[in-house]
Design a protein around this ligand. Structure first.
Ligand code: PDD
Length: 281
């Protein structure tokens, strides 16, 4: 695989980053994941806009111009012959060569920019979407700025491991009884014909897929309500689903062992997945 590190395209085995990089020592960094379908980047503009916002919120320097980042994405997709898959981009604050809680001077310290691809043949035809996923609920104990896409992914990883241990696929995080989001996706329930998903705030990541799916839903005259819902309300819902750049729209068929509807993917989720993929391809 060819990867990109700080201005260079290299074989993955030759790419290196300093052990003092604050991304490594302090999770001081942000990232984006853009999906590739049929060789085409999906929603690149949205991902770049969010990256810029994440960097601004953390007072980090932008590592390259929009057009350069687009070129790097395209070059990696080409070099690695990606038809379906992902491009992962990470920016960390870099380092001035030692460990220190104080941020290094942004004028003299360059951020570290890393990109790589992951090939996922048949991503759009993922058979899991036909049977749906099972989730457990866990308490949301992450920090309060989940709107910033930081690389602090320890708790979400632990949540996903807890789900696997319980024989499930993923976890929904719950704060004060209300679902915030999935470990790496936004969460939705469907009641009757109404799609309910938490409103945007610092409590959740502002999903790029979420924005697209809600736009498509409204265009298709589906009813959308942006508000917090409780985990109990979710268990009593007709259907549920999650969205993310890598999962698109993925039906949820079980929450904490409680089957939703007849325990198979719901009609609304299936339709939204279809629309999303049609519009993206
Ligand atoms: N995760 N919420 C969280 C906590 C996420 O990590 C993600 C994305 C989303 C969905 O955002 P988007 O639709 O822009 O992908 C919501 C990526 C895919 C990841 O960590 O791999």
């Amino acid at each position: 695989r060819t990867v990109y590190v700080n201005g260079e395209y290299l074989p993955e085995t030759e790419a290196t980053v300093s052990i003092f990089d604050r991304g490594f020592l302090m999770a001081d960094g942000v990232y984006e994941v853009t999906s590739v379908l049929g060789g085409k980047l999906i929603d690149f503009g949205g991902h770049l806009a969010r990256l810029e916002r994440s960097l601004n919120e953390l007072d980090m320097k932008k590592p390259a111009a929009f057009d350069d980042l687009l070129d790097i994405h395209r070059e990696l997709v080409r070099a690695n012959d990606i038809t379906d898959g992902l491009v992962y981009l990470q920016v960390t604050r870099g380092s001035d060569g030692d460990r220190d809680f104080v941020f290094p001077n942004a004028e003299t310290t360059e951020p570290t920019l890393v990109l790589f691809t992951q090939s996922k043949p048949g991503l759009a035809q993922n058979p899991v979407a036909l049977k749906g996923i099972k989730v457990i609920s866990i308490e949301d104990i992450r920090w309060g700025r989940r709107d910033i896409k930081t690389v602090q992914l320890l708790y979400p990883s632990m949540g996903k491991m807890m789900a696997k241990k319980a024989g499930c696929d993923d976890a929904w995080m719950v704060e004060d009884g209300y679902v915030t989001e999935g470990t790496s996706n936004n969460a939705y329930i469907v009641k009757g014909n109404r799609i309910i998903t938490r409103q945007l705030s610092n409590d959740i990541l502002h999903g790029i897929t979420r924005a697209a799916v809600l736009r498509f839903a409204r265009e298709a005259q589906m009813e959308v309500e942006e508000r917090a819902f409780t985990i109990d309300e979710a268990k009593a819902a007709d259907e549920a689903f999650v969205t993310s750049a890598s999962a698109f729209v993925m039906p949820v068929v079980e929450i904490d062992g409680v089957a939703l509807g007849d325990g198979t993917p719901g009609r609304v989720a299936a339709r939204l997945r279809e629309i999303y993929l049609e519009e993206s391809l």
